[in-house]
Design a protein around this ligand. Structure first.
Ligand code: URA
Length: 198
């Protein structure tokens, strides 16, 4: 599936279809990293199923606009009526630093495990800013899980240096960034390929 979405010849329809499949797997894997408590289950045979578990706590999603919004449906598909917040971060042209333009979260976000959604971890600037915003809203670092399709060593290094306790669940780690800050070999601009824009 990664080969299909990386291929420049792949149509937009296939890109969306296979990206959605990968996202679904990543979300399922992300959920496996959330804490559970033991629960003994009685099955219809009347016997105990030992070693059962149930989720401890509640979750929410937070997508980094625009590409991260492509991951919202994958989260909804596995977590019925999940609450999803949004963050818009863009580069400030004057300072060249990531700047927060918009953030909207569930009111009780500080009490939830938070799945931060962004398909590409390139320089790490947006993800680092997003975590800073989540922490400023009371979400503890260790309750944030960053779900990502493709990352690179530069982005991971920058990210873990600032937030070593945030787990990253990703599909692949690529070689490097080019001078335009694209992941190499990468897949191009995820948002443009997913949404069919330039
Ligand atoms: N964002 C993208 O969409 N692609 C990259 O390669 C890097 C950041």
């Amino acid at each position: 599936m990664m080969s299909i979405i990386r291929n420049k010849e792949t149509t937009r329809t296939d890109f969306v279809f296979y990206a959605d499949r990968i996202i679904r797997i990543l979300i399922e894997e992300g959920l496996n990293h959330l804490p559970v408590v033991e629960k003994t289950i009685i099955t219809p045979t009347g016997k105990e199923y030992e070693g059962g578990v149930e989720f401890q706590g509640r979750i929410c999603g937070v997508s980094i606009m625009r590409a991260g919004e492509s991951m919202e449906q994958g989260l909804r598909d596995v977590c019925r009526s999940v609450r999803i917040g949004k963050i818009l971060i863009q580069r400030d042209e004057e300072t060249a630093l990531p700047k927060l333009y918009y953030a909207k979260f569930p009111p009780d976000i500080a009490t939830r495990y938070c799945l931060l959604l962004d398909p590409m971890l390139a320089t790490g600037g947006s993800a680092i800013k997003a975590i800073e915003v989540l922490i400023s809203h009371g979400v503890p670092e260790e309750k944030i899980l960053f779900v990502n399709l493709l990352c690179c060593p530069e982005g991971i290094a920058a990210f873990v240096k600032v937030y070593p306790r945030v787990k990253i669940v990703t599909a692949e780690i690529d070689g490097c960034l080019n001078e335009r800050k694209y992941i190499i070999p990468g897949l191009g601009d995820f948002g443009c390929r997913y949404y069919g824009t330039d």
